[in-house]
Design a binder for this molecule. Structure first.
Ligand SMILES: [Zn+2]
Length: 88
């Protein structure tokens, strides 16, 4: 599982679920809003905090991949020392 540090997410590792979907209208006039939900261009992504069910939408630019040892798989916190033994 790849996790990411997300700017503004208070030090909790997040996983990226996928691009934010955008509604694309088939007909570009004001009479109709027929269209469909498509994957966006990936500049906005949906993320979920480790250990949480909440899904947030953030800029992909704000996500930085984490090394496995940089975050805690017990509580999801970046830099937490507890959880699996990671003594160096
Ligand atoms: Zn922890």
């Amino acid at each position: 599982m790849t996790t990411y540090r997300v700017k503004g997410m208070s030090g909790i590792a997040c996983t990226i679920l996928g691009p934010v979907k955008v509604y694309e209208r088939w007909v570009l006039d004001d009479e109709s809003d027929e269209g469909e939900w498509c994957d966006g261009d990936g500049s906005r992504v949906r993320v979920r905090m480790v250990g949480d069910d909440h899904i947030y939408e953030v800029d992909s630019d704000d996500c930085t991949p984490l090394e496995e040892h940089e975050w805690c798989d017990g509580c999801g916190q970046i830099g937490c020392g507890h959880g699996s033994a990671r003594e160096t």
